[in-house]
Every structure is written in C-alpha cells, then in structure tokens.
Design a protein around this ligand. Structure first.
Ligand code: NAD
Ligand code: UDP
Length: 347
C-alpha cells in the first residue's frame, strides 16, 4: 500500500516523505511545483537511497487524481498542498479560496470515489485566531483568523468535519469504510533535515522569522526587522511555539499509524508546548552561528498575536508522539541548510 503525499516537494512535505520512507511506507508525490522545486524530490531520493515517484500536477486537476487513484493502491493521503503566504492571501483572496478550498474539495471527491478515506490534513494554529490565553487546546472554541489564508484552514477543517459526519449519517449505522481524518494543527515549523540537503526555500522575501534570520546570517539580507517590542511578554517581543520540522514529520508518521483507530475527524495540535520569544530565537541563532545577527526593532506586524503556544497533550495521548528536538537543534539545522545552500535549491 502506498501513501499519496500532496505538496510533497514543499518544505514540510519533503521532510515528511523521508520519515515515511524510513518508517517503511511507499510514497507517491503529487505537486504542481508552484512553490517548490523538482530538486527537492531528487534530494529526498538521494537521502533515502531510492527514487521517489513524482507526478507534477495539481490537486484541483480531476483527471490527474483519477489517473493516480487508478494506478496506485493508496491506503491514505497526506495533504500538504496549498498556498500559504499570508500577505498574498490578503491581496489575492480568490486565488487562496480556489487553490486551498477548491483544490481540497476536488481531492476529497476523488478520494471518496476511489474509496480512499484516510486523510491527514495540514491545518494550522491560525485556526485559534487571537485567542487570549495560551496554551491552546483542541477542544476550545476556535477563533477568527485575521486573513484569507487562515480562513481557508478553518473552512477546510469544517469541510472535513461535514464530510466525515455525512458519511456516518448516510450509512445510518456502522460503515465498513468510514472516513478517518486527522486535522494536524501545526504551530511554528522551523529547522531543516540534519543532513543540510533539504530545508525551507521561500520564494522572494521570506515572510517567516527563521528563514529571514538565516538569510541575514548568510549575507543575503542586511538586517532582521523585529516586528514589535512592546507586547505584554517578558521581553516585549512575540512568543511562538517553534517546532523542528523533523519532529513535525515524525508526528505525521505517528498520525498515519494511529489513523485507523480514529474514525471521523480528529484535530490534534503538533507543537512543543513551550513558547520562545522572537529575541530568544535571535539569540539561539547567534549561538549557533557564533556571531551577532544584525537586527532592529520595527512596528508591530498587523494581525500578529502576542503569544501562541500549543497544549500538546492530545498528541501524546492519542499518537504517543512528542517533540524531541530543542531550539538549539532548530537553529543549528536551519543554519546548516542555509550555509550549504545559500540560494536554496536555486543553486
Ligand atoms: P510549501 O509551500 O513549502 O509546500 C506546499 C507545497 O504544495 C508546495 O510544494 C507547492 O508547490 C504545492 N502546491 C500548492 N498548491 C498546489 C496544488 N494545487 N496542487 C499540487 N501542489 C500544490 O509549504 P509548507 O510550509 O511545506 O506547508 C505545507 C502545508 O502546511 C500547507 O498546507 C501549509 O498551509 C501548512 N502549514 C504550514 C505552516 C508553516 O509555517 N510552514 C504552518 C501551518 C500549516
Ligand atoms: N517576525 C519578525 N520579523 C520577521 C518575520 C517574523 O519579527 O522578519 C516575527 C513575527 O512578527 C511573529 C514571529 O516573528 O511575531 C513569528 O512570525 P512568523 O511569520 O515566522 O510565524 P507566524 O507565527 O506569524 O505564523
């Protein structure tokens, strides 16, 4: 049995492919390369010592999906594919609704048609909106995301819940093939594979903190702007729950292993449960590279919440999974990747 990995050439998908193959799964990647590089697929193959089947195409393309489902016996789909730039989602909301919600709708339809009803979806801590009191638990009321990207994550979660519920009602009793859907709510994925061969390769100016810092460290950008120094936090900068991307990838393998024991739709946080401030990350990266990171303080970034931290206890209880890697590991690995690939995969 194989696993279909949509968006498997991207940052989190590529790391997850490696952990899946290491755990003994066969993997087929579907990616339209709209935010990634074919080189990532080659490097995954190099790291695992086998070629990874790759189809260049979109989750919104029904004929591509039908071809895939008729050519492979998939037991589950890991669904990473989607657009993820918050700012772009504000300027191009329809593109985000079409690609993320439209694409996921087509994917779910074709999964149902093929009888493949096990799904792991890349959700996000953004569904908690700016809830005031972290740590966030999966059973607390969801918030109102401040941008179209975040709304697509919230809507897709709702979509998955409705699909799983309709399935149960349509059958009026136990279904011999009910949906099993894990909604994995990622906190702040950072870092890279310890080999330095794969990592985060944003197009254009990075929106996220860690790739911005590593690009400053490698000399691609002169200085980091820290957005906000007057938050109600110990050092005035925002607090986030940073999680090493390989811990996150291992969380997906754990979710896949436990999916058959999770009928319906289950939301699970993937985070460490520990918050670090933006300045903590800067200092940890300075320790990793052995020199200062030039930075200045800038006004708050619209839409940022002061603190976002997971309660990771459900993941521990249901999946038997917890993070193992430290903030120092995240910085060391991110730096190794950036140093070896100053221009990302583009080199
Ligand atoms: P990424 O952009 O590196 O990976 C997404 C991949 O999906 C890319 O390779 C892109 O080419 C592909 N893709 C986009 N639209 C597609 C389509 N219609 N058909 C096929 N492929 C398509 O992003 P990532 O950081 O690896 O994130 C993976 C998933 O996790 C995304 O859904 C993202 O929203 C979610 N997520 C990411 C973060 C984060 O901080 N990185 C946090 C929470 C959730
Ligand atoms: N941040 C920053 N400078 C940057 C990028 C991000 O100060 O160049 C801050 C941002 O304001 C937030 C934190 O770093 O407080 C994490 O931002 P990121 O975009 O990485 O993740 P988010 O939590 O917003 O998804």
């Amino acid at each position: 049995m194989s696993i279909l990995v949509t968006g498997g050439a991207g940052y989190i998908g590529s790391h997850t492919c490696i952990e899946l193959i290491k755990a003994g799964y066969s993997v087929v990647v579907l990616d339209d390369l709209s935010n990634s590089s074919r080189e990532a697929i080659c490097r995954i193959g190099g790291l695992v010592g086998q070629e990874v089947p790759f189809i260049e195409g979109s989750i919104a393309d029904r004929s591509v999906l039908q071809h895939l489902f008729s050519n492979y016996q998939f037991s589950a789909v890991l669904h990473f594919a989607g657009s993820k730039a918050v700012g772009e989602s504000v300027s191009h909301p329809l593109m985000y609704y079409r690609n993320n919600i439209g694409g996921t709708t087509v994917l779910l339809e074709e999964m149902a048609r093929a009888g493949v009803k096990q799904l792991v979806f890349s959700s996000s801590a953004t569904v908690y909106g700016d809830a005031p009191n972290p740590p966030f638990r999966e059973d607390q009321p969801l918030g109102q995301p401040t941008n179209p990207y975040g709304k697509t994550k919230l809507f897709i979660e709702e979509l998955c819940r409705d699909v799983a519920a309709s399935d149960a009602q349509a059958c009026g009793g136990p279904d011999n093939n009910p949906w099993h859907i894990a909604l994995l709510r990622y906190f702040n994925p950072v870092g890279a594979h310890e080999s330095g061969r794969i990592g985060e390769d944003p197009r254009g100016t990075p929106n996220n903190l860690m790739p911005y810092i590593t690009q400053v460290a490698v000399g691609r950008r002169p200085s980091l702007s820290i957005f906000g120094s007057d938050y109600d936090t110990p050092d005035g900068t925002c607090i986030r729950d940073f999680i090493h991307v390989v811990d996150l990838a291992e969380g997906h393998v754990a979710a896949l292993k436990h999916l058959s024991a999770m009928p319906g739709c289950t939301a699970i946080n993937l985070g460490t449960g520990v918050g670090y401030s933006v300045l903590d990350v800067v200092h940890a990266m300075e320790a990793a590279i052995g020199r200062p990171i030039p930075h200045t303080f800038a006004p708050r970034r619209p839409g940022d919440s002061a603190a976002t931290v997971s309660d990771p206890s459900r993941a521990k209880a249901i999946l038997g999974w917890a993070t193992r890697r430290t903030l120092a590991d995240m910085c060391t690995d991110a730096w190794r990747w950036q140093q070896a690939n100053p221009q990302g995969y583009g080199e």
